[in-house]
Write a protein that binds this ligand. Structure first.
Ligand code: SAM
Length: 260
């Protein structure tokens, strides 16, 4: 029976065969590698990934699709299928403490929180290849000073090197999404690019800084750091948060921790 795409699960299935091939060639899976695919759907990329001989794990939320995927992949031992919510799942339950690669044509309705969630496994992840809305990739790869630069850019670039790879038009999917898409690679840094210390504080500070983009840092960081403390990091308290780079957010965090 035909599967009807479910909007609530952000289901837009890849149908363009040459694009699927391009994606798999870009991922370049190899026998023996441990690969976790988020949202395999109707297995458009899962099949070629399994054919590479990689140890493939598929994590899908939709129980109907899970039942189908199990029929396709499990009898021959081509992949292991897991039913669950990729936003809540502890991936260590699947990969234990092994190094793994992460791939997925992600559900666009939850893409930003999902990116924040997967960054937790940064130290174990070899690389990540995702299909996302072009606009989200633009934010991930943005530079300070523009509108696209925000918490997503800071966190992604703290953890990873972000490489936008190629654009994908809506017609490559069925049903076609309303937005343009882009395929992106993230490779975790083995050494963080800046010294932060307490990551929880860093995240809080970055969130607070960008919560009022039009205000000055002095106002945005009220309750965390005063003008004098901001200035002691060599940063103008009258500046807008979007003009600060990674190193400056790190310096403010160190100041907040009192280890400046
Ligand atoms: N990989 C397939 C393809 O390229 O054709 C499907 C991609 S579709 C954009 C997103 C997939 O993620 C769907 O199969 C959807 O059911 C699944 N999904 C949505 N939310 C999810 C979640 N929270 N956890 C796991 N899978 C999810």
């Amino acid at each position: 029976m035909e599967h009807r795409a479910r909007k609530r699960f952000g289901q837009n299935f890849l149908t363009d065969k040459s694009l699927i091939q391009r994606i798999v060639n870009t991922i370049n899976p190899a026998a023996g590698e441990l690969i976790l695919e988020i949202g395999p759907g109707q297995a458009a990329i899962s099949k070629p990934l399994a054919e590479s001989g990689a140890e493939l794990h598929l994590l899908e939320i939709d129980r109907d699709l899970v039942a189908r995927l199990k029929l396709i992949f499990e009898p021959m031992g081509l992949a292991k299928v897991h039913q669950g919510d990729a936003l809540k799942m502890d991936y260590s339950d699947i990969v234990q403490n092994r190094a793994f690669r992460l791939v997925g044509n992600l559900p666009y309705n939850i893409s930003t929180p999902l990116i924040f969630h997967v960054l937790q496994w940064n130290e174990q992840v070899i690389d990540m290849h995702f299909m996302l809305q072009q606009e989200v990739v633009r934010r991930m790869a943005a530079e300070p000073g523009g509108k696209a630069w925000g918490k997503l850019s800071v966190m992604c670039q703290y953890y990873c090197e972000v490489a936008p790879l190629f654009n994908v038009p809506p017609e490559a999917f069925s049903p076609a999404p309303k937005v343009e898409s882009m395929f992106v690679r993230l490779v975790p840094h083995r050494q963080p690019p800046v010294a932060v210390g307490d990551m929880t504080l860093f995240e809080r500070l970055v969130s607070q800084a960008f919560s009022m983009r039009r205000k000055t840092l002095r106002n945005c960081l009220r309750g965390m750091l005063d003008a004098e403390q901001i200035e002691s990091c060599g940063i103008d308290p009258g500046a807008r948060p979007e003009t600060l780079g990674l190193e400056q957010f790190a310096a403010l965090t160190r100041r907040l921790e009192g280890i400046h």
